[in-house]
Design a protein around this ligand. Structure first.
Ligand code: THU
Length: 130
């Protein structure tokens, strides 16, 4: 991936976290997923007073893209309101892996932008039996 594509996706994730609805945790997360045809879909975390129902930014972005008909993805960027590196949770890793096993995960913090492979972050995924 080109450096300017990485930075563009990281900025989209940073912008998306401004829409986060996180009154209970105070922790805002933004995500942006890039489809193979070059479209960007963003997501933010959305919390609910029934606390278990909180939705992660990563899955909001993925579900938005899937529901628009996208099926192939190349990269996702994640950004958090505290400026520290924010990695997708285990549930998001599992779901991202199933739809995009070669996905690049761009983790941006105030200090650096780093790129990982989803397989690096989820070395032993749950997979469908043959
Ligand atoms: N959260 C995300 O949006 N993505 C993650 O990968 C981890 C956690 C959200 C859920 C909740 O709204 C807040 O961060 C605190 O856990």
């Amino acid at each position: 991936m080109l450096q300017d594509e990485i930075e563009r996706l990281a900025r989209a994730a940073e912008d998306a976290l401004k829409n986060a609805i996180a009154p209970y945790s105070g922790f805002k997360v933004g995500a942006a997923i890039l489809s193979s045809d070059g479209k960007v879909y963003t997501g933010c975390n959305v919390e609910n007073y029934s606390l278990m129902l909180a939705m992660c930014a990563e899955r909001v972005a993925l579900l938005k893209a899937l529901s628009e008909g996208e099926r192939e993805f190349t990269a996702m960027a994640v950004s958090c309101s505290d400026g520290e590196a924010c990695f997708p949770c285990g549930a998001c890793r599992q779901m991202l892996f199933e739809f995009a096993p070669n996905l690049k995960i761009i983790v941006s913090s105030k200090d650096a932008i780093r790129v990982f492979g989803i397989k690096e972050l989820l070395p032993f995924p749950f997979v469908k039996p043959e």
